[in-house]
Design a binder for this molecule. Structure first.
Ligand code: SF4
Length: 222
């Protein structure tokens, strides 16, 4: 979207003309082309489009994230993820937990091609050994184990979903002493309400499997 926007912007810098041309671009919301009516409680009752503004703005997504290299520009010890190169392995999540912003706004779930991700990791190694894999639910990345078995890389991952695959992934986190899994709620009833489809048995079995390896601490986050 940014590339298309910039080419229109560069060719038409007169503001009204530019905005009217942008009305034809999918995914762009220009508030001035809508009128909004509210009821006495302040809730929106109607939103009407003016001129040829689209009645509904459709969110734009990149269908293939392998074609877009989102990467760290610099690595430095002065930040929270000290000297870590961040790479995106997944965008969107196949689960739809009700409370989760990432699970909702980044739909649909897409995974980076295995060969592309491996090449990006090799490029990252020219800057640092520490590589952070980004993805909302990395245990759903189809090649997670193969990636984590790459030699010479100190991987870091976000919290894991409570399942057997996560325990396998944790076992590959060489040199790491702790791993977090995310039950999100303390009771089955609440987990059902938030659509977190894991049971108490999943949580305890996964923690048990994680702690049977070299990991000393299994954290629970919510
Ligand atoms: S599994 Fe995790 S990332 Fe995915 S929707 Fe649920 S909370 Fe969000």
């Amino acid at each position: 979207m940014l590339r298309d926007f910039l080419s229109i912007y560069r060719a038409h810098q007169e503001k009204t003309e530019l905005l009217e041309l942008l009305l034809d671009q999918e995914g762009i919301y220009i508030p001035g082309y809508y009128s909004v009516d509210y009821d006495a409680s302040g809730s929106i009752v109607r939103r009407s489009a003016k001129k040829n503004a689209p009645p509904v703005i459709r969110k734009q997504t990149i269908p293939d994230i392998s074609a877009s290299f989102m990467k760290s520009a610099i690595t430095t010890p002065e930040i929270e993820f000290s000297n870590m190169y961040l790479l995106e392995a997944m965008r969107g999540c196949p689960w739809s937990c009700r409370f989760c912003l990432a699970g909702q706004i980044y739909k649909p779930a897409r995974t980076k091609d295995f060969t592309v991700l491996k090449a990006e990791i090799k490029e990252a190694l020219s800057m640092t050994r520490r590589v952070g894999l980004i993805g909302p639910s990395l245990s759903d990345y189809p090649h997670a184990e193969e990636i984590l078995m790459m030699e010479g890389v100190d991987f870091s991952i976000t919290s894991l979903r409570a399942n057997v695959k996560s325990a396998g992934i944790a076992a590959l986190m060489k040199g790491h002493k702790s791993v977090s899994i995310a039950p999100e709620a303390g009771t089955e009833r609440l987990r059902k309400a938030i659509n977190k489809r894991i049971t108490e048995k999943d949580i305890l079995d996964t923690a048990g499997l994680i702690l049977s390896g070299e990991i000393e601490t299994c954290g629970f986050i919510s």
